[in-house]
Design a protein around this ligand. Structure first.
Ligand SMILES: Nc1ncnc2c1ncn2[C@@H]1O[C@H](COP(=O)(O)OP(=O)(O)OP(=O)(O)O)[C@@H](O)[C@H]1O
Ligand SMILES: [Mg+2]
Length: 244
């Protein structure tokens, strides 16, 4: 579903690679967690695979479509939840969702039911008529999540999606991620929350200083370094443990 080959990216004003020679395949039906410390290259990778950032070397394909050769075709298969919130915050929630449905070509008759169901799931039905800029952080996050799902994307990409969500919304979002995968789709998300990765991911990748340093299941990682807490393991792998 998602294939990344020899991906490297250097920002124009930087002497180092933000992401270097990254290789990864994520399969249909899989929830993949992308972990790493601040500045590791998670957002950079996510922006490249969603076609937002250009890259110098390598190849990315989504549902078999090369993101450079056919960016629009690849993006039709992607739902993206960025870490930075909503851009169109002067729109009401309902206007924003209709706009997203237009962008992704969701037919008018199919969108009504879907929008209503998702608004209800996330407790946003009453707020849908209000401007997004009046929303709380969590409400903004939730409206973006709904907007990303309207076209039923094969690949759902989320950058730090649980930040700022209350326990119920967090629970609902995790369930939604699982349901999306159970329907044969793929979820790729970044997180700092190790317990979340442990609970819901089929596999995780750990990135450090632009390099993918581990890919596998939680079982693999625990077998690799027995008797260590998840937190200690993570700090060991990313070299951030001051007590090492
Ligand atoms: N626009 C930019 N210009 C130059 N360098 C950048 C830019 N954006 C990110 N970087 C650098 O690229 C590296 C990776 O950053 P990135 O935002 O991908 O990290 P991250 O893993 O998402 O971190 P966080 O957990 O804090 O969100 C960092 O060294 C960062 O300073
Ligand atoms: Mg980031």
């Amino acid at each position: 579903m998602l294939q990344i080959e020899n991906l490297s990216k250097q920002y124009a004003n930087s002497g180092v690679y933000a992401v270097e020679n990254l290789n990864l395949t994520v399969n249909p039906g899989e929830i993949f967690g992308f972990l790493g410390p601040n500045g590791a290259g998670k957002t950079t990778t996510i922006k490249m695979l969603t076609g937002i950032l250009p890259f110098q070397y390598g190849r990315i394909s989504v549902a078999g479509i090369d993101i450079k050769a056919d960016p629009i075709g690849a993006k039709r298969n992607i739902g993206y939840v960025p870490d930075s919130g909503v851009v169109y915050d002067k729109l009401s929630g309902a206007e924003y969702l209709n706009f997203m449905a237009d962008v992704y070509g969701v037919p008018a008759n199919a969108r009504r039911e879907k929008i209503d169901a998702l608004l209800a799931t996330f407790n946003l039905t009453d707020a849908a008529g209000n401007q997004i800029r009046s929303y709380s952080h969590g409400m903004k996050q939730k409206i973006v999540v709904i907007g990303a799902l309207l076209h039923d994307p094969k690949l759902w990409v989320l950058d730090e999606p649980l930040t700022g969500l209350d326990p119920q919304s967090s629970f609902d979002l995790k369930n939604m991620m699982r349901r999306h995968c159970d329907a044969g789709n793929t979820v790729f998300f970044s997180t700092h929350v190790l317990e979340v990765a442990e609970k819901i991911c089929d596999r995780i990748g750990i990135v450090n200083k632009g390099h993918l340093v581990f890919v596998g299941s939680m079982k693999d990682i625990k077998e690799w370094k027995r008797d260590e807490s998840l937190e200690k393991l993570f700090l060991d792998i990313t070299g951030a443990d001051p007590f090492q």
